[in-house]
Design a protein around this ligand. Structure first.
Ligand code: 6R9
Length: 648
């Protein structure tokens, strides 16, 4: 995108004030912004005191070699101690840390005291397997308690983990293990997905043949299915962990000791190993989880529906909530197994008060119908969160009404694997929310929208989201590739972090995210946001979901091609396609009118719920498909291609 900044097409007038009772008792109030503005580093130094440090830091930020940051560098702490042991020492050992709900219906509640024993034994087992501070450990597990326990055991030993999605192929896993030179892989025989056991270990067996650094494979028994065994290399979790001692002294590591590497899918090229460290990361995930969800650990039951293989699972299942002593639900499976009310059944069963999920899930629930959540008691809910993609206003309002009963604030949280923690979000006790907007940087965060020449855009204009000051949980580099770190994030605008997202400021100065810059469409010289056109399509009653791409066009450069999933009652016709085109033109203006509308039954999404528009672009431009290895379900592309008329 180098011609013009994004056009500002969508207008949204609805506003929702914070509930009075929540505002009166909120963890964080409006003065946090003032405090942080007056003294940003002092503000973060204060938040760092939320943690238990073995050696308290006296330095806050060292930015003498930008963009390589050090936060709290002379402090020392142990992350696992902060997430588990200190709560037990504070008399909270009997509090439930995890309510695990397996997909087949098995469940298990684990208190902080039990979690401590499990983490300690797992850390002792890892030590027996030769894992030392600094060694990398790959984790390839389903959403079971051992995933969290394994991460914490690594953190306890100072061994950076690299969690890889349980859905990735052997090749994708091998590339990630090789890039990190992992010494140990922790996996399971399998997990449950969509009502069936699905094997995991075979992918590791294939991957490890190409990974000479791997000495052992530690295997959790989850499904009990047949398992090929490599004696000497493979070790059952229960064989080695169960017999370990229940004591282990956590070592304090410097605040810049690496905590994990997490690979971002990236649309092109080799996956990037995003490196996060300990002190700054834990400070910001802990603070944001406390502030944005207004967490009251004594009474709240929190549930984040992400997978631990995604950064949201790292920061808002493992590290943020546990550092705050939260009680949370951990669910293994999919939202429609064994039935489409599964999520709401879980909310009712555990009395979930805070729910954090993704727009793609919300749109799916809308498509399934209002009557499904209506069958459950959702009155325990008090705060709702969204993450992963821009949430279109229709989905936002549906979430508020049908899940939140019209009473729960919605926090639309913008952040990235690279940012480590939330960066933009309303605060539930402070902000009057707007459907579809992440609105403003959190206290202590500096973000804005700039044009092609790095000038801040005026209110009402669009451009690129940038972060203008370093933040505690920022990535420290790309693992093994400092140059790529500089090139990818710090070279587009001097001295500013380029997030890769299009954004605009509205008339009040609030920020709206408009999709990845790589996806922005250039139509007759105008940059048009995918998000806005998709939102306009979904605001039509016949459309459940939409994804738009810019396809090469001889007259306009690119032309907008829309893939839509219709709602149950609507059926495909030329008249409906014309109506949708006219509807978008009416909502956004004629420039945004799609040239083609294609009806499909599914859209290609990643396991973290993002639509892979580049694959749709391949379809729209009649090309062979690019890499599909990070799709949730690669057969979706066959369905799409089979359903389409041959493109002109
Ligand atoms: C946490 C996570 C990061 C990209 C990011 C942006 C999109 C995430 C969003 C959002 C609009 C939100 N994104 N949250 N866009 N509004 N609330 O998703 O990390 O997987 O690294 O993806 O996701 O495009 O740049 P990650």
């Amino acid at each position: 995108m180098n011609n013009a900044s994004l056009a500002n097409l969508l207008h949204e007038e609805r506003r929702f004030a914070p509930p009075a009772a929540l505002a009166a008792d909120a963890n964080v109030t409006a003065d946090a912004y003032e405090k942080a503005d007056a003294d940003r580093l002092g503000f973060w130094a204060e938040q760092a005191r939320r943690l238990s440090w073995a050696v308290a830091p006296t330095e806050t930020l060292d930015w003498s070699d930008p963009p390589f940051a050090s936060w709290f560098a002379d402090g020392k702490l142990n992350v696992a101690y902060n997430c588990v042991d200190r709560h037990v020492e504070n008399g909270l050992g009997d509090r439930v840390a995890l309510h695990f709900e397996g997909e087949p219906g098995d469940s298990r509640s684990i208190t902080y005291a039990e979690l401590q024993r499990e983490v300690v034994k797992a850390a002792n087992a890892l030590t027996e397997l030769g894992v030392h501070a600094g060694d990398r450990v790959a984790i390839y597990l389903p959403m079971i308690p051992e995933a969290v326990i394994a991460m914490l055991a690594c953190a306890r030993l100072g061994a950076p983990h690299s969690v890889v999605f349980g859905g990735f192929s052997a090749e994708a896993v091998a590339a990630r293990i090789q890039d990190a030179d992992a010494k140990l892989v922790i996996t399971a025989d399998g997990g449950y997905r969509r009502g069936k056991p699905s094997a995991l270990k075979p992918a590791i067996d294939r991957a490890v043949t190409k990974c000479p650094t791997v000495e052992h494979v530690l295997v959790v028994r989850r499904t009990g299915g047949p398992t090929v065994w490599h004696g000497g290399r493979d070790v059952w979790w229960h064989d080695i962990v169960d017999r370990q001692s229940e004591t282990h002294t956590p070592e304090a590591f410097p605040a810049e000791h690496p905590l994990f590497i997490l690979y971002t899918s990236g649309t092109t090229g080799k996956p990037k190993g995003i490196l996060h460290t300990t002190g700054g990361y834990l400070t910001q995930v802990s603070y944001t989880h406390h502030a944005v969800f207004d967490l009251k650990p004594e009474t709240d039951v929190y549930w984040c529906t992400a997978d631990v293989g995604w950064v949201t699972g790292h920061s808002y299942i493992t590290y943020g909530p546990l550092s705050n002593g939260a009680t949370q639900v951990l669910y293994e499976g999919t939202p429609d197994t064994p039935h489409q009310g599964r999520f709401w059944e879980i909310v009712e069963k555990y009395g979930v008060t805070i729910l954090y999920t993704a727009p793609t899930a919300i749109r799916t629930f809308m498509k399934w119908g209002d009557h499904i959540p209506a069958e459950y008691d959702l009155s325990s809910l008090r705060v709702l969160g969204s993450v992963g993609e821009p949430i279109n206003p229709e989905a936002w309002v549906w979430y508020r009404e049908h899940i939140g009963g019209g009473r729960c604030p919605i926090v639309d949280t913008w952040w990235q694997t690279e940012t480590g923690a939330m960066m933009l979000s309303p605060l539930p006790g402070v902000t009057a929310t707007k459907p579809g907007s992440a609105q403003l940087p959190l206290p202590g965060i500096s973000a804005t929208v700039v044009d092609d020449d790095a000038n801040e855009v005026p209110d009402g204009a669009g451009g690129y989201l940038v972060l203008t000051e370093p933040w505690p949980s920022m990535l420290r580099t790309i693992w093994g590739d400092d140059q790529r770190y500089l090139d990818t994030y710090w070279s587009r605008f001097e001295g500013k972090y380029f997030a890769g997202d299009g954004a605009k400021k509205d008339e009040d100065g609030d920020i709206w995210l408009l999709g990845r810059v790589d996806d922005v469409m250039l139509v007759s010289g105008h940059n048009i946001s995918t998000t806005e056109v998709e939102s306009a399509l979904v605001s039509h009653p016949a459309v459940a979901e939409a994804a738009v791409v810019g396809a090469n066009d001889p007259t306009t450069g690119q032309a907008i091609c829309a893939f839509v999933i219709l709602r149950g009652t609507a059926s495909e016709s030329d008249a409906l396609a014309e109506e949708l085109r006219t509807h978008v033109a009416g909502e956004l203006g004629p420039i945004a009118k799609p040239k083609r509308i294609l009806t499909v039954t599914a859209l290609p999404t990643t396991r973290s719920g993002k639509i892979m528009r580049r694959l749709l672009r391949d379809v729209a431009e009649n090309r062979a498909l690019g890499d599909v290895s990070t799709l949730t379900d690669a057969s979706v592309m066959d369905l799409i291609q089979a359903a389409l008329p041959t493109a002109p």
